[in-house]
Every structure is written in structure tokens, then in C-alpha cells.
Ligand binder design. Structure first.
Ligand SMILES: [Zn+2]
Length: 259
């Protein structure tokens, strides 16, 4: 811990107040993220379904706005500096969605039958946006960098070992543009993203009770088949659903229904 303090590499997660490792400069995180996102778009098909794509953008933008207002009001706007939010619906049977650092969000058409409506979509987008806002990507990169390079000045590593840095990034976010962000987050990150996601969707005017219903529906899609991608990285078990139920009263304090 002393070493980390010496490196000045700690941050605090908004709302939960959890202290976390954050050793990679945000500018570095964002530029790696933006380049992987654009590679991903080159290799995947953006959905031609205008109304569904518009819905993804509308729900995403509304949550983005709510999060930005909250961060600004609480003097944390700098945490979102350099973000370039984008909400893209990609044509794929995969039941999945993800958000890269800097606000690059992808939803696969395959998850829409499970989200069903805007409120269900807000559950998924709130959760994914929470991973980004909580800096989970940077924390994972930092943990791995520390394990691999020890106390070496990280700025040096980033400068002198771009290949290794790139490799770490792939270890955290996937093995190639096509498989972006398939690697599961830790339990801590998952439950934190659930917790923040409920609050974010509530702030944007979506009823957070929809989260419990969504996860139950997600669990039901698993019957007798291989679990959908989203569920293999996001186990919809009883523990998860119980934790969401417990967090609902707190999230409801932020809930302002949209007129
Ligand atoms: Zn997650």
C-alpha cells in the first residue's frame, strides 16, 4: 500500500466511496479504448434497424446526461474528462452489451428480446455505463501492471514498453477487436456496477425495479442451453438478484419519473 501511495495511484469510486488502484493515465486509457472501439466497428455490422438504434441512443444519452449532472453537481466532472459517449446497436445474435472506458457503448441486437423495453435496456446501459464511470478498466489494468512490472514507474512502462501495455490491455478487454470485452469483471466490479447502475437508471427517470425483473428474465433464458454471452460474464444467480433487491430502496431515493 505504501508503494501505491508513493505512486499516487489511488482513486475513489463515485457514490460507493471504495478506494481503488488507478495507475494508468486516463488519457492513455481513452486513446487505447477509442482505437479498439473504431477497429471493432470496422469489423462488425451496425444495425440497420433505425428505431431500435434510436432507442439505444435515446436511453443511453438520457443516462449519460443524468450521470454528467450528478458528477458536475458533486465536483467530479473531471472524472468524465475526455469522454466521447457513443451508443451503438450492432447486428449480432449475441446476447451481450459492453461499455469501454471513455463511454463507447455497444449493444448487440441479440440482447433486445431480453431487455424487451426501454426500462429493461436502461438496466443494461446503467450497468455498463457504471463500469466505465467507476474506472473498472483502469483498476484492472493497474492490478495487472503492478503484478507484471512491480514498482517500475508506470509512465516509463507506457512509454518504453508499448507492446506490453497493449498486451495488458488485450488481457483486460479481450483478445481482438472482434471479441472486445468478453472477459468477465470480478465479483466486486460486477456488484459495484449493479449498485451504481440502479442509481444511474433511477437518476435518468427509469424505474430501478426493472433490474430485478430483467435479471430474472436473463436467468430464464438459460434454460437447457448454453448461457448467453452476457450471462457467462454476468451470472444472473440468486446472490446477484438478492443484492439488487437490497439496493433498490437506496436507488429509489434518486428516482425522478420522467414526465
Ligand atoms: Zn458487468
Amino acid at each position: 500500500m505504501l508503494l501505491l501511495l508513493a505512486l499516487g495511484g489511488c482513486a475513489t469510486v463515485p457514490l460507493t466511496g471504495r478506494r481503488q488502484l488507478s495507475l494508468v493515465p486516463e488519457s492513455e486509457m481513452l486513446s487505447m479504448s477509442f482505437s479498439q472501439y473504431s477497429d471493432f466497428l470496422k469489423q462488425n455490422k451496425v444495425s440497420a434497424d433505425r428505431s431500435a438504434a434510436e432507442m439505444v441512443r435515446r436511453v443511453g444519452t438520457r443516462i449519460q446526461g443524468a450521470v454528467e449532472s450528478y458528477m458536475t453537481a458533486n465536483k467530479m466532472a473531471d472524472r468524465l474528462k475526455g469522454y466521447a459517449w457513443e451508443f451503438t446497436l450492432v447486428e449480432s445474435a449475441e446476447v451481450n452489451a459492453w461499455c469501454m472506458p471513455g463511454g463507447k457503448v455497444v449493444v448487440y441486437t441479440g440482447i433486445l428480446p431480453v431487455t424487451q423495453d426501454e426500462n429493461g435496456l436502461a438496466v443494461v446501459l446503467g450497468h455498463e455505463i457504471a463500469h466505465a464511470v467507476a474506472g473498472h478498466g483502469n483498476e484492472r489494468m493497474s492490478q495487472q501492471m503492478l503484478a507484471q512490472f512491480g514498482g517500475t514507474a508506470l509512465s516509463e512502462v507506457l512509454k518504453s514498453k508499448p507492446a506490453e501495455t497493449q498486451q495488458l490491455w488485450m488481457g483486460v478487454f479481450g483478445v481482438g477487436a472482434q471479441y472486445a470485452v468478453l472477459l468477465p469483471y470480478s465479483r466486486t466490479h460486477e456488484s459495484e456496477a449493479d449498485h451504481l447502475g440502479l442509481i444511474f437508471m433511477a437518476m435518468a427517470g427509469y424505474d430501478p425495479h426493472g433490474a430485478q425483473v430483467f435479471w430474472e428474465r436473463m436467468a430464464a433464458t438459460n434454460k437447457g442451453k448454453a448461457p448467453p454471452e452476457f450471462m457467462s460474464t454476468h451470472p444472473a444467480d440468486e446472490t446477484r438478484i438478492a443484492a439488487i433487491r437490497e439496493n433498490l430502496p437506496e436507488a429509489m431515493q434518486y428516482y425522478r419519473p420522467v414526465r
